[in-house]
Design a protein around this ligand. Structure first.
Ligand SMILES: [Zn+2]
Length: 155
């Protein structure tokens, strides 16, 4: 048994992944610093229009932080798979991921087919979650008044 030689393609991918990881980390640090600065700014802001502008900006930054954190986790997973020799295989069906896809998304964990299926499932899941929250809000709204009416007087 001979160890699988590390192919030049994958050596290249490791370097790309490590570079992406470093620049993502730098971007994340920047985002977190900016978000903190904006939050401090919010405390000093008295104009409601400015407050909502800053809040909207912070919302965008927070969703950016979330998506960068997800990408970072995917890059870490891909680097681990490289180390373990599992890189390039779909996490769901075990089939090789197309080279063309890996060149565009070096941290892809699934083949295009499984990724599409997962995205469709995630969207459906999010849709259900949103509906459940809306229903809960409605229930909460219709309950809040009677609860106050029947509240026990303080002893
Ligand atoms: Zn697959």
């Amino acid at each position: 048994m001979t160890a699988m030689p590390s192919t030049p393609v994958y050596t290249n991918i490791r370097r790309i992944l490590e570079q992406q990881r470093a620049s993502l980390l730098a971007a994340l640090h920047h985002d977190v610093r900016e978000t903190c600065a904006e939050t401090v700014q919010l405390g000093d802001e008295h104009d409601p229009l400015d407050v909502s502008a800053v809040t909207a900006q912070t919302d965008i930054r927070v969703s950016l932080i979330n998506s960068r954190t997800r990408t970072l986790a995917a890059i870490d997973a891909a680097l681990m798979r490289l180390r373990e020799g599992r890189y390039g295989r779909c996490e769901s069906c075990g089939e090789p991921i197309a080279d063309a896809r890996l060149r565009v998304v070096p941290f892809a964990l699934r083949c295009t087919r499984c990724e599409d299926a997962k995205e469709t499932a995630d969207r459906a899941e999010r849709g259900r979650g949103m509906l459940a929250r809306r229903l809960a809000d409605q229930r909460h709204a219709s309950l809040s008044t009677p609860v106050n009416v029947h509240a026990e007087p303080p002893h």
